[in-house]
Design a protein around this ligand. Structure first.
Ligand code: PMP
Length: 382
């Protein structure tokens, strides 16, 4: 039996995208590859609302796109400010350390986001050349006020990097309007494509910054090495993840067909449905109300609840969710709801959850989770 993957990525891959993945492996410099890569890049620009930004899609994962983003816009002497809402924001700090950049980490308590006012204050206190933030931190479910950060940073001359691994394509990110310099992301989350691709979009300003740097501490992730290939995919720099790119191109076509406003609204509705359903079953949100993400939910277990037994039995009932990371391990579980999740799959998930809770002897009103989720799915998201 195929299990419904509701972890915070990879998200389930629909048959149409899997079919694209199963197409023959063509030459990395063939016209077929060129067409798919070009389509993926064009669609990507529409997905992050840019006309002048330049996409880069290379074999790798989200962590590689974090490196790619940073290494191409930070000069050796630059100071980097990282706003961290959890595990993945902290990771950006570690990447700064690994490459010897001077950085400062501003961390919110887990389950909250760093307020834009804190960014404003930091900028008054100190000099920073690059600001990096995580849009949705997958460890805590906190969604950062990226648009407000952008307002603070606009026209300041600083490079603004947004980690959209758990957001791009599921939550609106308007690169040109907001003035974001790099959006970094990965194929396996809100795009509903299989894992294996690091995806970045660089603004014109970000490209100019890269060009101004005599060298960067990167070879494979140096965007100036990839740029000729992205402009003309018949050229070679390094072998593409051919099949992954064909699948990713198909996933982006589906996104454009759905329409971005409809896709964002569906994510919002799905997120509300999951939280309403779990709320009705007695699981409170770990994440604060003012920064809930549309792409994943982090739920607290009631006292004494057995995390391992719950997730194992739920898996046997056909649904896979993830446990908590570091300080939240055993105390919360994380449910990803991004990509191409249908309303029927949400309801199936709640049937499996209720069956699981019942078999574990948990006291709840049978059907309450399904009912609450269904109400939200049919509700208005304005
Ligand atoms: N940033 C965020 C916000 C993420 O959620 C993740 C993955 N969970 C990453 C970066 C790293 O991506 P990957 O696991 O693909 O390297």
């Amino acid at each position: 039996m195929d299990k419904l993957l509701l972890i915070p990525g990879p998200s389930p891959v629909v048959p149409r995208v899997l079919d694209a993945l199963a197409m023959p492996t063509v030459s990395h410099v063939s016209p077929e590859m060129s067409a798919d890569l070009a389509a993926a890049c064009e669609n990507l620009k529409r997905i992050v609302f840019t006309t002048s930004g330049e996409p880069f899609v290379i074999a790798g994962a989200g962590t590689l796109s974090m490196e790619m983003a940073l290494l191409n816009v930070a000069a050796k002497s630059d100071r980097v400010l990282v706003l961290s809402q959890g595990y993945f924001g902290d990771r950006m700090g570690q990447i700064c350390d690994a490459f010897g950049f001077e950085s400062e980490l501003v961390r919110s308590p887990w389950g909250r986001a760093v307020p834009a006012a804190t960014l404003e204050k930091k900028l008054q206190e100190n000099t920073y050349d690059v600001v990096a933030v995580t849009h949705v931190d997958t460890s805590t479910g906190a969604c950062a006020p990226v648009e407000s950060y952008a307002r603070v940073l606009k026209n300041s001359g600083r490079m603004f990097i947004v980690d959209g691994v758990c957001a791009t394509g599921g939550i609106e990110e308007r690169m040109d309007d907001w003035g974001v310099d790099v959006i970094l992301t990965a194929a396996q989350k809100c795009f509903g494509a299989p894992p294996g691709l690091a995806v970045c979009v660089f603004s014109e300003r970000a490209l100019a910054k890269r060009k101004s740097l005599a060298s960067v501490p990167a070879y494979y992730t140096d965007i100036l090495r990839w740029r000729p290939i992205m402009n003309d995919p018949s050229k070679y720099f390094s072998t593409h993840g051919v099949n992954e790119i064909r699948a990713f191109a198909e996933a982006t076509r589906m996104m454009i067909e759905e329409g971005l406003p409809a896709r964002f609204a569906r994510h919002k509705r799905t997120g509300r449905a999951f939280r309403a359903g779990f709320g009705a079953l007695g699981f409170a949100s770990f994440t604060e109300r003012d920064c809930l993400a549309d792409t994943l939910s982090v739920l607290r277990y009631p006292a004494g609840f057995d995390d391992k037994a719950f997730r194992m039995t739920l898996g046997q009932n056909g649904v896979v969710v993830a446990g908590g990371l570091s300080e939240t391990a055993g105390k919360v579980f994380r449910v990803g709801h991004m990509g191409n999740l249908s309303f029927e799959q949400v309801l199936f998930a709640f049937e499996a959850v209720e069956k699981t809770l019942d078999s574990l002897g948990y006291r709840f009103e049978m059907g309450a989770g399904i009912r609450a989720a269904k109400n939200m799915l049919n509700g208005d998201v304005s």
